[in-house]
Design a protein around this ligand. Structure first.
Ligand code: GRF
Length: 298
């Protein structure tokens, strides 16, 4: 019996983690905030009412207590959430409760649910996740990787974003993981250092809903095998004086779809692959999340 209660309790915590998209530490802090915020609210409510001399009018006292506690609860919880580092979560949570109470239904069709595909370190994925952490309309719903050792998996775990490891055979010759994308209600795909070409079926079902970032000014230095440091080596080797980043729609060819945005940086004398990679990453982090928002809002 006790064992069953424990299992149910653990399952409930797991569900909460998935629902709120948080990791275990944040879940503990959130529950603590609820508990402390609730106690603070009750204490403040009773203190205020004690000053009002309404004790003899039981019903009026009760009605006032409910009104005061309802008003004080969001403030108390927000106040406690600040030192516990959970302000962003509670701001979002209270806003949602308010929307429900005031009958303002969120239009689910207006919510973009993004899957990020990545094979490597995932620094772009991390920036994107952070950027949209508080967004009401854009939700990073799934991380997909072909590489079990990719840094992006750790990033997903820490951020509490569901992730999926995919296999070549099923991706290219099976259903392209479409059922999983549908299960997570994905309606937009962002490639951030994903090294496999996408299957045609996926490109067709998500026409103009898949974008990629490339670390050079396409159409230069793109195509099969042109990724990561290889691109920077080629840029330096070709004595280019400028390079940059390209954000583009994805079609069936490598680095080929319509260009949406480019930003440039200088290639200085004595530039190395490492210094160039750093400049390019800085540009990517500055522009990719903003561009994603702009493209989706269009
Ligand atoms: C980025 O430079 C991006 O342009 C390219 O792959 C790299 C991924 O870097 N497509 P990270 O894994 O996001 O750090």
């Amino acid at each position: 019996m006790n064992h069953n209660i424990l299992v149910d309790f653990c399952q409930m915590l797991k569900k909460l983690k998935a629902r709120w998209k948080v990791n275990s530490i944040n879940l503990v802090l959130i529950i603590t905030t609820f508990a402390m915020g609730g106690s603070l609210c009750g204490y403040l409510g009773r203190t205020i009412l004690a000053l009002s001399n309404l004790e003899n009018y039981k019903l009026v006292w009760f009605v006032f207590y409910i009104i005061i506690v309802t008003l004080l609860w969001p403030l108390s919880v927000l106040a406690i959430s600040i030192p516990l580092g959970q302000f962003a979560f509670f701001k979002r949570y209270i806003l949602k409760v308010w929307q429900k109470l005031s009958g303002k239904k969120k239009n689910d069709l207006a919510v973009a649910r993004i899957a990020i595909f990545a094979s490597g370190a995932g620094s772009n994925a991390a920036q994107i996740i952070n950027h949209f952490g508080n967004s009401e309309n854009i939700n990073i719903s799934l991380i997909i990787s072909n590489n079990p050792n990719a840094g992006v998996i750790e990033i997903a775990k820490k951020a509490g974003v569901p992730y999926l490891l995919i296999e070549k055979e099923r991706f290219f010759n099976g259903n392209g993981y479409l059922p999983e994308l549908q299960q997570h209600h994905i309606n937009f795909i962002v490639l951030a250092g994903f090294l496999w070409k996408l299957p045609t079926s996926l490109i067709k079902t998500h026409y103009k809903k898949i974008i990629n970032i490339h670390p050079a000014l396409l159409p230069k230095f793109g195509g099969k095998g042109m990724y990561g440091n290889r691109v920077h080596e080629a840029v330096i080797g070709a004595n280019e004086t400028e390079t940059g980043i390209t954000i583009h729609y994805v079609d069936e060819l490598y680095d080929h779809g319509d260009i949406i945005f480019q930003a440039k940086c200088q290639v200085v004398e004595n530039e190395t692959v490492d210094t160039l990679a750093e400049k390019i990453h800085a540009l990517e982090h500055a522009y990719y999340p903003k561009l994603i928002a702009e493209i989706i809002q269009k």
